[in-house]
Ligand binder design. Sequence first.
Ligand SMILES: [Ca+2]
Ligand SMILES: [Ca+2]
Length: 211
Amino acid sequence: MLLLLPGPWCLLSPLLLLLVGAAEEPEVSVTVKHRPFICHRKSKRGDLLLVHQEGYFQNGTKFYSSRTDGDKDAVWFTLGIGQVIRGWDRGLLDMCAGERRKLIIPPELAYGKEGTGKIPPESTLTFLIELLDIKNGPRSHESFQEMDLNDDWRLSRREVKEYLKKEFERHGQPPNDTLNDKMVEDIFTKEDQNKDGFLTSREFTYKHDEL
Ligand SMILES: [Ca+2]
Ligand SMILES: [Ca+2]
């Protein structure tokens, strides 16, 4: 269609579309409050993160603090899979253990038009997040790629079994063929949703209930 437009529009239109697109996409404002001197690794999608959090409304009222509310413990969650609000999934990437950030999250990336519990509809929320620890998620893309030996973007039973064997070796445990076979069957029973004998990255990665 663009080729049919006269003269300079051919060049301008894609640019205009980009600008309009960018303006409509809500964003998280991220301010780094403290970055530790030593950073061994940065958080990425699929990682398990341990955080303390404080949440504030726009008027400055605190609605939650993991340090004083509930069981007062920091919480583990998996980054980037929709287990938490989208503002967190986007705003806590590339973060070091020990780092503190302030996130200002528009309602579209938080609890939206409906709100939830204490959060009224259309709330912009501010969070102070301290990242205490990062671990490899059990279902990270990294481990999927490591398991997918023939790079066809799906895992066969053989590939899952190979991976389990390697994991056993890595932890200094004796190989146990029977146990590995049983684990493979358990995994496929639970995860192979369309029962085609392969696990896709979606079947493998997008799980919320086992963490
Ligand atoms: Ca494969
Ligand atoms: Ca499948």
